[in-house]
Ligand binder design. Structure first.
Ligand code: GAF
Length: 388
């Protein structure tokens, strides 16, 4: 549907055939808030995506249309500034990074729309950045590889938008593969695909519809707390550069007595990095029950130690834990709102959706949104409506 909408727009407004890109949102099975600590993550690209169409202009203007909010931006390649509208910043940040990297691009016009719910923790912003860089790379034959494009998108968000996010979301959007999780080492950016294709299981996203407006400032605070913990350990172990290099013994010796909050944050991260490794062994053994227990444990840690949950997420995770056929459930992404991810036996999905919606309505007077999602390919060009 999104692609049809974009196509109709292009036919009406563009005088040349555009390059069209699909960039997916992402889920993450386990490994939350570990990416900026050089740990591991286990994300995947999903069936929800941003579609972007892009053409060259003969001048140095940048013209962009956000079809879903019916808004446009016109500016110049010579003067990139943050906007009041906010959404152009994700695209302009990419342009700025390309310019800083010495890549030559000319003026362009683009339009985009999508079905990644905004503020739901499914990385619509990373998808938009990735769609932009992927489109510009094609349009101006820049020759960038996927890794470079993921890093460049992350830098755009860090430096232009001002959120110090890690690499997970952009990497997942770029490298996603159908029915595969990406086990990514965020320290080295080495990765492997791990199949996630269970006939009897669905991945269900329950959307609190609480927009994570607090997230960016709190997110940066969490990063700073982790860095503080590392600094205290480093005094005694100079080789330590991130929480990836830190053990629980080190935390107990050098952080515990100094500050309880910093200790809790670091403890969660150190435990989560190990939990992910153990969870991958569960996957190798096709043991989703054991995997799911670790997913529940991640929620507990994110809530109690990392303090990035909220009442709505907690309610959904606890509710799911008490339901038949739910193997694992937790809040996902940065936190303070957005979705829970639930690993659910297919036969149990209808009852879960019905009972969760009824309970959530009663508890929060809000209509719960739910998405049964699938794992799909990441960034790619699309060129016809019928097959894509
Ligand atoms: C957000 C960030 F963008 C990611 O880099 C990651 O840190 C995530 O929160 C938490 O795991 O999505």
């Amino acid at each position: 549907m999104e692609q049809a909408k974009l196509n109709a727009y292009c036919q009406q407004h563009f005088d040349q055939e555009p390059i069209m890109v699909r960039a997916a949102g992402r889920i993450n099975l386990i490994g939350e808030h570990t990416d900026y600590n050089n740990g591991f993550v286990l994300p995947a690209a999903i069936d929800k995506a941003i579609y972007l169409a892009i053409i060259k202009r003969n001048d140095n203007k940048i013209v962009m249309h956000a079809l879903d909010v019916n808004d446009s931006y016109t500016g110049s390649l010579d003067k990139l500034e943050r906007t009041k509208q906010h959404w152009p910043d994700y695209l302009l940040g990419v342009v700025q990074q390309l310019q800083q990297g010495g890549h030559i691009i000319g003026g362009f016009e683009c339009a985009f729309c999508g079905n990644v719910p905004l503020g739901a923790g499914l990385s619509s912003s990373a998808a938009l950045e990735c769609a932009t860089v992927f489109g510009l790379n094609e349009l101006f034959s820049l020759g960038l590889g996927r890794k470079e494009m993921a890093l460049l998108s992350q830098a755009a968000e860090n430096q232009f938008v001002g959120v110090r996010c890690g690499i997970m979301d952009q990497f997942a959007s770029m490298f996603g593969k159908k029915q595969q999780l990406i086990k990514l080492d965020c320290g080295s950016l080495e990765y492997e695909y791990i199949p996630f294709n269970f006939d009897d299981v669905n991945l269900v996203l329950l959307d609190t519809q609480v927009k994570h407006s607090l997230a960016s400032s709190e997110y940066n605070t969490r990063r700073a707390e982790c860095e503080q913990g590392v600094a205290w350990v480093k005094v005694h172990h100079p080789h330590v550069n991130s929480l990836r290099d830190v053990s629980m013994d080190m935390l107990d010796a050098y952080v515990k007595g100094k500050n309880a909050t910093v200790y809790n944050r670091c403890r969660y991260v150190v435990e989560e990095i190990q939990r992910l490794q153990d969870a991958c062994i569960d996957l190798q053994n096709d043991d989703l029950t054991s995997f799911g227990k670790k997913v529940f444990a991640t929620h507990e840690g994110l809530d109690k130690l990392y303090n990035v949950s909220c009442p709505e997420l907690n309610w959904l995770a606890e509710f799911a834990a008490g339901e038949n056929g739910v193997l694992g459930a937790r809040m996902m992404g940065g936190g303070f709102g957005g979705c829970t991810i639930n690993i659910v036996k297919k036969t149990a999905v209808p009852a879960l959706l019905e009972r969760a919606a009824a309970g959530y309505k009663q508890q929060f007077n809000t209509t719960l949104k739910a998405y049964v999602t699938s794992i799909e390919d990441g960034c790619r060009t699309v060129n016809n409506l019928v097959n894509n």
